[in-house]
Design a protein around this ligand. Structure first.
Ligand SMILES: [Zn+2]
Ligand SMILES: [Zn+2]
Length: 242
């Protein structure tokens, strides 16, 4: 994917071509450091170099500053930059654009531009390493009877997921090769977690059908084991039902 960015950087001032000097004048060598940009400061028997204060390390001084840039030689400018984001890039990755950074001092080569990638939250899909996760709602009949469920894909389109009869809520299915692209050209998987949805309200005919289902099921109490285990723990007496 290619993204377009607007980059605000220091560019050479257009009025003075980056010299910082007013039109018709030019900067002169700094007399303090003789154009070196640094001076030797003696202390304790040693002579240590430090940036020249007169010219702030630039080696040149400007007598008549350029009115546009106040003598700095630089101007803020916004310029468009395009960057190719490789597929499957991870959050925090740095992409280096050679020579697209700030211009060098006094006509030196420009530096590199680093783009730090922040992978934003997607309203539907999430990342788990090279895999992409998605939660898909299914109805209770679909989970109980089995169904062909359409599942959206991260890069558009759908895939049909066949869920078997008796699928438990929260079960995760793997759709191979439909996740995030890896560096080596292979692709991770799409991990589909089904979530059984319970309707907030039911039309009468559905309510009656469900009541009939409960009667027909004749299932043993699904909580019998849980309650028996809880009450069999040491020090827990059987309490009267509330
Ligand atoms: Zn100087
Ligand atoms: Zn200027």
């Amino acid at each position: 994917m290619t993204v377009s960015l607007r980059l605000t950087t220091d560019e050479p001032c257009g009025t003075c071509q980056g010299t910082g000097a007013k039109a018709g004048t030019s900067p002169r060598l700094c007399p303090t450091c003789d154009g070196q940009g640094q001076v030797l400061r003696s202390g304790g028997g040693f002579a240590l170099p430090e940036p020249c204060r007169e010219c702030r390390g630039r080696g040149m001084v400007v007598d008549d500053p350029c009115p546009t840039c106040s003598g700095s030689g630089r101007a803020r400018a916004a310029r468009p930059v395009t960057a190719r984001i490789p597929p499957g890039v991870s959050d925090g990755a740095r992409i280096r654009l050679k020579g697209k950074g700030a211009p060098g001092e006094f006509g030196g080569p420009p530096g590199d531009l680093f783009i730090v990638v922040h992978v934003g939250a997607d309203p539907v899909f999430a990342r788990s390493g090279d895999h992409v996760t998605v939660t898909v709602p299914v109805t209770f009949p679909e989970a109980a009877l089995g169904a062909d469920v359409p599942v959206p894909l991260p890069r558009g389109g759908r895939v049909t997921l066949k869920i078997p009869a008796g699928t438990a809520n929260g079960r995760t299915f793997r759709v191979r090769g439909r996740g995030a692209a890896r560096r080596d050209g292979t692709t991770g998987d799409l991990l589909v977690t089904v979530e059984v949805v319970v309707p907030r309200s039911l039309p009468d005919v559905a309510r009656e059908a469900l009541a009939g289902y409960a009667t027909a099921l004749a299932e043993p109490d699904p909580r019998a084991s849980l309650i028996a285990t809880a009450e069999a723990r040491p020090g827990i007496g059987r309490t009267a039902p509330a």
